[in-house]
Design a protein around this ligand. Structure first.
Ligand SMILES: Nc1ncnc2c1ncn2[C@@H]1O[C@H](COP(=O)(O)OP(=O)(O)OP(=O)(O)O)[C@@H](O)[C@H]1O
Ligand SMILES: [Mg+2]
Length: 261
């Protein structure tokens, strides 16, 4: 498919998961923020229309996208990072959006075709959990999709659903950039010891079984919750949280996958 005039991105990646609450938005926001800090022109697109969270995690909930004759103007987060989300459209954030599939596809198409991003190195797309309308629409409509990043937690149920995401990607012929195991172990904020409260290594095992790359593990880290709630992605506080270093390795792995490193 040809790239539209408005979407001119060298690389495009979709973050998805089989299960809710495993850390997709955390990964998408921190990946986008990290790439922008590395000087990459980055767009962050939120296609989670029912539970849009990127604005909150970036601390830009009060900002608004503008609609001009030539399209949607994204919110500029920093000089290399722009964001688009239904949460930046001015709708009441407490009001649930009640839309069926076709209406959602229309919005997603507009987000993919009518946003004036300017030239991007990366477009990172955050999706809602599962293999429903939104990830399907994105994967079918996004031009030049490099691949999907699948986030899981170490528990069996989540890994089982991550497998489904891999099979979904295969079914629709989109490459898998890799699996990330999030909330993998817990780093005690007091003694910095790595405590194994959940299992560990199930994400890696699933990646090996399914023959897809394993991008890395991020520990459960109490500071992440705080940084997300305060709207300061932990990628901004490099070195200060237990997850920063593992996350940087993941970013490296993703850049290798896209041929950008
Ligand atoms: N490694 C981690 N350590 C501690 N907290 C985390 C970690 N990763 C994510 N969280 C927290 O867990 C919660 C859920 O994360 P997030 O919103 O990124 O998940 P999600 O997969 O996008 O959820 P949804 O399916 O609802 O979109 C957030 O409060 C986030 O700050
Ligand atoms: Mg989310």
């Amino acid at each position: 498919m040809e790239q539209s005039d408005k979407l001119n991105a060298k690389h495009c990646l979709v973050v998805m998961s089989g299960k809710g609450g495993v850390g997709k938005t955390t990964v998408a926001v921190n990946l986008a923020q990290s790439l922008s800090l590395l000087g990459k022109k980055t767009g962050l697109l939120d296609v989670d229309l029912h539970g849009p969270n990127i604005a909150k995690m970036l601390g830009i909930e009060s900002r608004r996208m503008q609609i001009s004759e030539s399209g949607i103007i994204p919110v500029e987060v920093n000089r290399n990072l722009k964001a688009v989300s239904i949460a930046l459209s001015g709708n009441n954030p407490d009001q649930p959006i009640i839309w069926r599939g076709p209406a959602k596809s229309t919005v997603i198409r507009q987000f993919l075709e009518e946003v004036q991003w300017g030239a991007l190195d990366y477009l990172i797309i955050d999706s809602p959990p599962g293999t429903g309308d939104e990830p399907l629409s994105v994967c079918q409509m996004a031009p030049r999709l490099d691949g999907v990043i699948i986030v899981t937690t170490p528990q069996d149920v989540a890994v089982l659903d991550a497998r489904k995401s891999v099979l979904f990607a295969r079914e629709i012929k989109v490459p898998v950039a890799g699996i990330i195991e999030n909330m993998s172990g817990f780093v005690c904020p007091h003694c910095r010891k790595d405590l194994d409260i959940f299992k560990k290594g199930e994400g890696r095992k699933a990646a090996e079984d399914l023959n897809v790359p394993f991008l890395g593990s991020v520990p459960f880290c109490a500071e992440f919750v705080d940084s997300a709630d305060r709207g300061i992605p932990f990628a901004m506080s490099s070195g200060e949280t237990a997850g920063s270093e593992p996350f940087m390795k993941i970013v490296e792995g993703i850049r290798k996958f896209t041929g950008d490193a």
